[in-house]
Design a protein around this ligand. Structure first.
Ligand SMILES: Cc1cc2nc3c(=O)[nH]c(=O)nc-3n(C[C@H](O)[C@H](O)[C@H](O)COP(=O)(O)OP(=O)(O)OC[C@H]3O[C@@H](n4cnc5c(N)ncnc54)[C@H](O)[C@@H]3O)c2cc1C
Length: 483
């Protein structure tokens, strides 16, 4: 068995683990990071950036968001069913964290909204290819470089397996190297940051009731199996709910041209399999609201529907609301994209010459859909008496061919499971900290109650980097005091 020694062992090198490692090392601790994959960065390598509140980017654009405002908004959203002290500390530190990242070379495009009703808290990382997915991998690279500069040792392809305790205190972490050999890290503090359980479909089914690939189409980043949750629970952590960080998905979106995603996630007509509307479509781009609303429908099915006039309008004028995840506003290949998706066997993309045919192909109640479209077209002439949709988004559905796209519940992975306090100390059932045990990021993210808080975007990566820092600070302080 290989033996290593460090004051702090960080289990995993996603944004929470990297931030924990850098902060603990900056505060004087010797640090080893165990990472299961061959590279660091975790799920955040696919994302775009963290939340910041009260940053200079917001001030520069006269869009100041204060900690007080964000805190009150957050607590109202979650009905105070979360740890207010942790939220307060996370939000209050978030602007400093943006500067801390800048100091190590991270650049930001600015502070952005995710959709019209959200606040401009999403600090998108600047990268080589402009605004878009994977930008945050540049943040991870900078964190990794800074950690190495500070002397942090990384053991890649070496997953953590077990927290070792003696007399109630953490004394080490057991891991396995890529050849299957056992590795022991002797340490005074361990920080668990393994990113939740997004690829553990059994755990997801047990904890949330969703069946991956049937009624839940969430991202499943390889290796994110709930290892840290298990390790913490075995070490005595109180078990909190594990939830899906909900974000609806267009069926087969990863193989669709961006234009199809852009057009079909506009405030179009939305119906369920009974052909009935079920929400004010103004909020369609809050993909958490959309995912929640679809989860309440029969077979968790929903369809976004437009006609040829609406398609032509978007092609000519661009979409109403540009998604920064698909920042190219050109949707001129939308119709070809729909045809291609059909040809490739995507059964969720439907093109038909009549509403009846559209309904039949989609498995929607035919007569109800005809009635809904009729009534919706009437609303377009006056007001939406059913769900009070903004009149600027009301466009009649009259001209063939008609287009529908199936939208399914989805998510970025899981959040929550380990009880922590505002110092990111892992706590037992009596809320007492387990000496030397910390958790950060998705493993410990029980701050949203039942729904991801997308009104303040960048929230989960923001939580990861900020709780990582807090855990790093507290652990470094503890090892100093233990001496
Ligand atoms: C496509 C996509 C886009 C996103 N975009 C954004 C965004 O723009 N803004 C935002 O706020 N959030 C975004 N998110 C969510 C965000 O990426 C996560 O909340 C964040 O990455 C969580 O950080 P983490 O450190 O907790 O976990 P992760 O980033 O998931 O990292 C976990 C790490 O743990 C490692 N690991 C697992 N088990 C072990 C083990 N036993 N031992 C050692 N290592 C282990 C994994 O290999 C991985 O490197 C996005 C997510 C996805 C999937």
């Amino acid at each position: 068995m290989a033996n290593y020694e460090a004051q702090v062992c960080v289990v995993a090198g996603g944004p929470s683990g990297l931030s924990a490692a850098v902060q603990a090392a900056e505060d004087g601790a010797s640090v080893i990071v165990l990472e299961k994959a061959a590279a660091v960065g975790g799920a955040a390598n696919m994302g775009m950036g963290p939340l910041g509140i009260g940053t200079r980017y917001q001030k520069q654009n006269m869009q100041d968001v204060t900690v007080e405002e964000a805190f009150n908004m957050f607590m109202e959203y979650t009905h105070y069913n979360v740890d207010a002290r942790l939220i307060r500390r996370y939000f209050a530190q978030s602007a400093d964290t943006i500067e801390w990242l800048e100091d190590m070379g991270v650049k930001f495009e600015g502070a952005f909204r995710y959709f019209p009703q959200s606040m401009p808290t999403w600090h998108i990382v600047k990268c080589d290819s402009g605004i878009g997915p994977r930008a945050a991998s540049f943040m991870n690279k900078a964190l990794y470089a800074r950690a190495q500069e500070l002397g942090v040792k990384f053991l890649l392809e070496t997953p953590g397996k077990k927290i070792l305790k003696e007399d109630g205190k953490v004394v080490g972490v057991l891991a396995t190297d890529k050849f299957g050999n056992e590795v022991k890290i002797s340490c005074q503090a361990a920080i668990i940051c393994t990113g939740g359980a997004g690829s553990n479909f059994e755990l997801i089914k047990k904890e949330t009731g969703y069946t991956h690939g049937k009624d839940m189409f969430s991202f499943a980043i390889p290796g994110i199996m709930g290892d840290g949750l298990r390790m913490a629970w075995e070490a005595g952590a109180d078990k909190l709910p594990v939830r899906i960080e909900q974000a609806a998905q267009i069926m087969g979106v990863e193989d669709l041209p961006g234009s199809v995603g852009n057009v079909m996630i506009q405030p179009n007509l939305l119906v369920n399999k009974f052909g009935k509307r079920f929400m004010n479509e103004d909020f369609i781009q809050n993909s958490t609201y959309l995912s929640n609303a679809i989860s309440h429908q029969a077979e968790k099915k929903a369809f976004s529907i437009i006609d040829t006039s609406i398609a032509r309008y978007y092609i000519k004028h661009g979409v109403e609301n540009v998604s920064l995840v698909r920042p190219n506003p050109d949707v001129s290949d939308f119709i070809d994209g729909m045809k291609m998706a059909r040809a490739n066997g995507n059964e969720g993309m439907i093109i038909a010459d009549t509403i009846e045919e559209l309904a039949e192909q989609a498995g929607i109640d035919v007569q109800n859909l005809v009635n809904t479209v009729d009534e919706y077209n009437d609303f377009c002439m006056s007001t939406d008496e059913e769900f009070f949709k903004n009149p600027r988004y009301l466009r009649p559905i009259k001209k063939a061919p008609f287009y529908a796209a199936r939208i399914c519940p989805g998510g970025y992975g899981t959040v929550g499971g380990i009880r922590i306090n505002e110092n990111c100390e892992v706590c037992d059932k009596d809320f007492m900290p387990i000496h030397g045990l910390y958790a950060a990021g998705a493993d410990a993210c029980n701050i949203y109650d039942d729904s991801y808080m997308f009104l303040l975007p960048g929230n989960s990566m923001g939580f990861a980097v900020n709780t990582g820092r807090i855990a790093g600070m507290t652990a470094a302080e503890q090892v100093k005091n233990d001496k």
